[in-house]
Design a protein around this ligand. Sequence first.
Ligand SMILES: [Zn+2]
Length: 315
Amino acid sequence: MGAVDRELNLAQMQPIVYQQLQRSFEHGRLAHAYLFEGEKGTGKHEMGIWLAQHLFCTQLQDNQPCGTCNNCRRIENKEHPDVLVIEPDGQTIKVEQIRRLQTEFSRSGYESRKKVFLIQSAEKMNSSAANSLLKFLEEPTGDFLAILETDAVGRILPTIQSRCQVLHFQELSKESLIHKLQEEQISNEKAKLLAFLTNSLGKAVEISQDEWFNDAKDLIYQWFVYLQKHDTQAFIYVQKKLTKAFKEKSQQFTGLMILMFYYQEAQYQAINAGEYGKVKQINRTIERILTAEQKLRSNVSFQAVAEQFVLQTIF
Ligand SMILES: [Zn+2]
């Protein structure tokens, strides 16, 4: 995705946050610390990267980072020495990660250059990490910009929140996501499926280009057709096709999600046609998909889960 496209996307996805940051930028009134909060897939990290690029880009165009200069590229690839991205180490962000950040920042304190750090999933800081960060925000060493990202703002210490400018990222509406995907030359049906799987435009585009996914959605569709016809092929199909294509656990979950999507579409059609018997029947099937998902989560094999699902659905 080119820089211009990304600007447009950020501006469309999060018009309020985008304009606010752009204005602060133009007036030289950026805060020292931001807390970006909102659902997954709403562009928080992309906005953080954009902001960092804004600061370091050597070829700003219309006051926008170019996305292609050396600095822009290094920031995008997490290779820029003055832009640090902290991610959870396993389940938590540990105090050592925050300390390392402080060391890193004080070391080059004699340089006048600004530094940026982004903390992803900031709610995952354990309490000592959070306290360490709080101290850092209260007594900053050097000139820096802190960007904290979270989808669980309630789990961020109030004392940290009060040190940050909190910006809310609104969830993308399904409609606007589908619309944007169609602009990317993705068919309506596929766009609907992608919007069912994710709220994130970037993620949706990425999935749409994935070869495995494109095969997988067709395989699941064929399975869905057999199931709808109560055809015993649906049972054989599990071993013959599905177990081969859905090897990884994550693929198996995606497979069930895709199946869920086809049933949901069928349900909308049945509702529109006033076929309430059919609606009820589909409801039960959807419940069975949810049960299948739970079983998969508790480590029952995909084949066993899928075969049992078929038996319950077609007989
Ligand atoms: Zn640039």
